[in-house]
Design a protein around this ligand. Sequence first.
Ligand SMILES: [Fe+2]
Length: 186
Amino acid sequence: MVKLSLRELYLDELRDLYDAENRLVKALPKLAKEGKSQELRSGFEEHLEQTKGHVERLQEIFEAMGEKASGKRCAAMAGLIQEGGEMMGADFETGVKDAALISAAQRVEHYEIAAYGCVRTWAGLLGESEAQNLLQQTLNEEKETDEKLTELSEEINSDAMGGASGKTRMQDEVPRPRGKSRSAKA
Ligand SMILES: [Fe+2]
């Protein structure tokens, strides 16, 4: 049996990512429509534009390697999108659907963060510095998206907990002003 080199593994995983990103370009508009929070919807729309850029970066990398830009079915992303879609069919209490959307989106982001982290490192080892740079840019955007989702989840999870009671809970968690203890120390 032929043994795969690191370069072949790298190319294989780039093809997997190319398929994954193209699937997301199709799925994100559908997910965006499901969101009740305007901020969440616009977050999905913004990430759709970024995702189109991720596809273009991968195309650029294939081209520089003299390889055809083609994907290899990413069963993991197909599964994550399918699960997210199935979840959207459920009947949720107010606010809970947005919490479910965030959960589905963060699973996708974490998968991509893991995959881009690996190919970025391999690009560096293989001396593909331009590709390394492009993959790092995409990795940074995936991480930023994940962080934005976490921020959005704070309010959305509170709504999902049941509006007013959720807000009270959040207020209870606000730390006390630290002015007093500082002046006590002085
Ligand atoms: Fe992406």
